[in-house]
Design a protein around this ligand. Structure first.
Ligand code: FES
Length: 118
């Protein structure tokens, strides 16, 4: 599980719960799947990051697997201690747990994962 030094509330907002399909573990604390994120017209690859909180609970956050700059796949890039993933193509940060993150709070329900209404 990722251990980072900062943690701001999830900044992404969703009017509905969104089920994430085809979820599989990529590496410890990082899962991939597909979902139709808010403002998207189709289902696309997403990355789910898990972080162990001080309480021992695991908090999951989901972002698009496609970099907002030019669409590179960020799923193999590491989550850094500053709460960002730096896209391997042009090194732009994608916020997951940092101040301006647009990650969606996600819950594990049974064997599935759901972006929660927020
Ligand atoms: S495609 Fe990710 S930084 Fe350019």
């Amino acid at each position: 599980m990722s251990a980072i030094n900062i943690n701001y509330p999830a900044g992404g907002r969703s009017d509905n719960e969104i089920f994430i399909s085809n979820v599989k573990t990529l590496r410890e604390g990082v899962l991939v799947g597909t979902a139709r994120l808010p403002f998207a017209s189709t289902e696309k690859p997403v990355v789910i990051y898990g972080q162990t909180l001080a309480s021992g609970d695991i908090e999951y956050r989901t972002v698009s697997a496609q970099c907002p700059h030019q669409g590179a796949d960020i799923s193999r890039d590491e989550l850094n201690d500053d709460g960002n993933v730096y896209c391997s193509l042009h090194r732009r940060p994608i916020c997951i747990y940092s101040e301006y993150n647009q990650a969606y709070l996600t819950e594990k329900r049974g064997d599935g994962y759901v972006i929660v209404k927020s």
